[in-house]
Write a protein that binds this ligand. Structure first.
Ligand SMILES: Nc1ncnc2c1ncn2[C@@H]1O[C@H](COP(=O)(O)OP(=O)(O)OP(=O)(O)O)[C@@H](O)[C@H]1O
Ligand SMILES: [Mg+2]
Length: 266
């Protein structure tokens, strides 16, 4: 199962990605959680101690590794470098392990404009391609709305993309843009997650704005989730109701991805 979680800033991507990763780990899957958000904070949502989380070095900042694997020093442009760097050992060797989840923090590439082909982005793209296309682990990616890390040849292999929205027009607008992007990137399925929902009425209003995106789950607005975040804890460890909401999403995703792989085999 390879799932990308996207949506506007602050809607709850990290909260939902962390819950899915933790639940899949409880189920016995080998889980890789990818923090692809420039403002990385998946670690504490997974239950990693905030002090340890602050010490995680993102892959994009591992200068020696990047130089060794690509044959070119980060920060430089042009010259020759390997377009297919070795990455298959990175998930095991350079992830941070917590609660049965292997966390890979990607970090940002200073592109200074679009379309940069620099050693850092080559390595990150190759790494994502490896975990999404070749590895047989469950992969949950916490992404910014832009999802541009998902290069050609990788996005097609993502089983589903979750677009998180919250009550508010801005997150709905972003969801519409992401939906288009997902189509361009040939991601086979896109689902909505309604987060921070107060009541049934709010749920219906949200659904009505995006009628052509199926809703895969609803996570209610809960004080416990906010509190866990403030205290640098995972909501997974303290709130069974939140876990129950995420479980519905996980189970539906399992059904959907099973169907997808049956279709592929046929
Ligand atoms: N269902 C919920 N109920 C209450 N608070 C929530 C809920 N979901 C998320 N939050 C809170 O909203 C804030 C944003 O959540 P989160 O960090 O998961 O969003 P994000 O989309 O990953 O944000 P960013 O774009 O900054 O990475 C956090 O303080 C989080 O604890
Ligand atoms: Mg986040």
């Amino acid at each position: 199962m390879k799932i990308a979680v996207t949506g506007k800033g602050g809607v709850g991507k990290t909260t939902i990605a962390a819950g899915l990763a933790r639940l899949l780990a409880v189920d016995g899957y080998n889980v890789i959680a990818i923090d692809a958000d420039p403002d990385a904070n998946l670690a504490s949502a997974l239950g990693i101690d905030p002090d340890d989380a602050a010490n995680i070095v993102p892959i994009a900042r591992m200068t020696e590794l990047i130089a060794e694997r690509t044959g070119s020093t980060p920060g430089t442009m042009g010259g020759f470098f390997k377009l297919n760097p070795k990455v298959d050992d990175i998930p095991d060797d350079l992830s941070v392990k917590a609660n049965g989840v292997k966390l890979l923090v990607l970090g940002t590439v200073e592109t200074g404009g679009s379309g940069c082909i620099c050693p850092e982005s080559i390595l990150l793209k190759a790494l994502l391609k490896h975990v999404v296309v070749r590895s047989n682990e469950a992969v949950i990616m916490d992404m910014e709305a832009g999802i541009e890390h998902l290069g050609r040849g990788t996005s097609e292999s993502v089983d589903a993309m979750l677009v998180v929205i919250e009550p508010g027009q801005r997150s709905i607008q972003t969801a519409r843009q992401i939906k288009k992007l997902a189509k361009d990137l040939k991601i086979p399925r896109t689902f909505l997650v309604l987060n921070k929902v107060h009541d049934r009425e709010e749920e219906e209003v949200l659904r009505a704005y995006l009628p052509d995106l199926p809703v895969i789950g609803i996570v209610l607005e809960r004080e416990s989730i906010r509190k866990a975040d403030i205290e640098g804890r995972s909501p997974f460890d303290g709130d069974p109701d939140y876990v129950a909401d995420i479980k519905v999403i996980k189970e539906r995703l399992q059904t959907e991805t099973d169907e997808l792989s049956l279709m592929e085999q046929a």
